[in-house]
Design a protein around this ligand. Structure first.
Ligand code: DGL
Length: 267
């Protein structure tokens, strides 16, 4: 198969990366996609860097075996911790979600004061703050781990009193720090957008790394000369490492019922 016609590989710790899958599918409808959700080992956001790196290398090896032309690390935690190891090990372009999200946030801030929310591991890694400071050393970054957001989204509790209380708890202080942009630094948080918007008000720009990553991927394929320009129909494959039942139920919330067949795989 010509390199241009090969699929793009996307992996996440589980379901949340389907927000990136969706954004890529919309932006690049001619590209075939292979998605791997490591649902047997989710969550990554509470694990050590060493473990997240090991899992990420195994996920990428699976995608490489599927003949992908590029790998998108949809998981913020894996992007924050494993990108150097992945780029070193694989002879494929590897794109994470941290740099695209940081770039978009920097373009949107006027006060140069940016909030970042993510899993405990992402926030502890300081990856977003580093990426932002590389773009502008004078930027002020206010970070906050929101560990309850992932389980809330997985339960579909995105608009009730428990979710509202959690959002208030995590976000009130950030609000007082004078941020004008908030990076949603986790695959699951786009599903909490209405609640986050309600909590922080209309004056703060919310940056969703899924959208930013899809546009960075388009640019990367352009640079590599690997955009699929044939008119052949794009295909979508979804693999998970645990049995698909729960994944399918929760995934419908991400893909609004439009879910390709999900296959179980051992990696
Ligand atoms: N995919 C993870 C992330 O974006 C959230 C879920 C997890 O903790 O594995 O950080």
């Amino acid at each position: 198969m010509a390199r241009t016609e090969r699929p793009i590989g996307i992996f996440d710790s589980g379901i949340g990366g389907l927000t990136v899958f969706e954004a890529v599918r919309k932006r690049l409808p001619g590209e075939s996609l292979v998605y791997l959700g490591d649902s047997a080992r989710v969550p990554y956001g509470t694990k050590s860097a060493e473990t997240v790196i090991r899992y990420s290398l195994e996920n990428a090896a699976f995608l490489e075996g599927k003949g992908v032309k590029a790998i998108v690390v949809a998981c913020n935690t894996a992007s924050a911790l494993a990108l150097p190891a992945l780029s070193q090990k694989f002879d494929l372009p590897v794109l994470g979600v941290v740099n695209p999200g940081a770039k978009e946030a920097m373009a949107a801030t006027k006060r140069r004061t940016i909030g970042v929310i993510g899993t405990s591991a992402t926030i502890a890694s300081d990856a977003y703050a580093r990426a932002l400071k590389e773009l502008d050393s004078n930027v002020r970054v206010v970070s906050q781990a929101c560990p309850l957001f992932v389980p809330l989204v997985e339960e579909g509790w995105t608009d009730n009193d428990v979710a509202r209380a959690a959002a208030k708890h995590y976000l009130s202080d950030m609000h007082n720090e004078g941020i004008d942009v908030l990076i949603l630094g986790c695959t699951h948080y786009p599903l909490l957008k209405p609640l986050i918007r309600e909590t922080v008000g209309d004056a703060i720009t919310l940056v969703d790394s899924a959208e930013a990553t899809a546009s960075a991927l388009e640019a990367l394929l352009g640079r590599e000369g690997t955009r699929n320009k044939t008119s052949s129909k794009a295909t979508y494959q979804i693999y998970v490492t645990d049995i698909p039942a729960r994944f399918e139920t929760v995934a419908r919330r991400f893909l609004h019922n439009d879910l390709p067949g999900v296959r179980h795989v051992t990696i």
